[in-house]
Design a protein around this ligand. Structure first.
Ligand SMILES: [Fe+2]
Length: 286
């Protein structure tokens, strides 16, 4: 890349928020040739079909479940061609399988490594995603299992954030089900609206999206293109395994204590879960 993806002010702003709070940031990659719609249409033709998701996405209720997602009948290439008017959302996943996008991802995430690693350790399982959205598209309330930097390249959108520790919105049981293969879309109640923290991004602006925090997204009046770069940490893998361990305890009729939120960690439960999985595998083989 010709220049740094962030100013030093932006790195300082991320440092003030990471890893718990969402944060509005600036970036310098909005005009990057790989983030223009023609390059993304070409990328969609190179990606494996399992790396692409798309669906109708306007006028959706905020609490829609993952299996109620509607389709338009267009294929993904037609959807990108007609994105201005087809009321759809396209997700290109693990774009780092393409060498040019992998380079971009490593350049950008490398620039924030000095903020991330002292707090949550090595950046693990890096992945890149592209969201291409028609005007007015809504992504319903959900959470993500990874840390995320979202870079707006075209159009604008508002993400509304809720705290990861809000048990009324996202229960221990919901996390347990998710980390055992369940859905990530959350039910929605209108009275939660006032607890949200909206952050709007336009081209050249980014958002740090905290791990596990519920959020929903609304695209404004133009086509939106966002790059999302994500990573995991040892902390996040321990948290996920602690959720899996808690669900075992619950099946035994116990009422396990909630997993710890950062900076406390969940090593003990996580190691117990991993030991049980290893033992089960050995018994399965034996
Ligand atoms: Fe998300």
């Amino acid at each position: 890349m010709d220049s740094q993806p962030f100013t030093s002010d932006t790195i300082d702003a991320l440092a003030a928020a990471y890893p718990l709070a969402p944060r509005h940031l600036q970036h310098r990659i909005a005009d990057h040739p790989l983030l223009q719609l023609d390059a993304l249409a070409a990328l969609a033709r190179r990606l494996r079909p399992e790396s692409i998701e798309f669906n109708a996405a306007t006028d959706l209720p905020l609490g829609i479940s993952n299996d109620e997602t509607p389709y338009t009948g267009l294929d993904v290439h037609e959807t990108i061609d007609r994105i201005e008017s087809c009321g759809s959302w396209v997700l290109l996943k693990t774009i780092d399988q393409d060498p040019a996008y992998a380079q971009l991802m490593h350049d950008v995430l490398g620039a924030i490594e000095p903020v991330v690693e002292p707090r949550t350790g090595a950046m693990m399982r890096l992945e890149g995603f592209i969201f291409i959205s028609s005007p007015q598209v809504v992504t319903p309330l959900h959470f993500d299992p990874d840390y995320n930097m979202l870079f707006q390249a075209r159009g604008s959108k508002t993400m509304t954030f809720f705290p990861a520790g809000d048990k009324e919105m996202i229960s221990d049981r919901f996390f347990e089900q998710y980390f055992n293969g369940g859905p990530r879309n959350l039910p929605w109640q209108e009275e939660w609206a006032e607890r949200g923290q909206p952050i709007t991004v336009t081209p050249g602006e980014a958002i740090y999206v905290p791990i596990l925090g519920p959020h929903w997204v609304k695209v404004h009046d133009e086509v939106s293109v966002s790059l999302s770069l994500t990573w995991r940490s040892e902390w996040s893998f321990h948290h996920a395994d602690a959720c899996r361990f808690n669900s075992r305890l619950r099946k035994l009729g116990l009422r396990p204590s909630s997993p710890q939120l950062y900076p406390a960690d969940n090593r003990l439960k996580s190691y117990s879960q991993r030991a049980l999985v290893r033992a089960e595998r050995m018994m399965g083989r034996g």
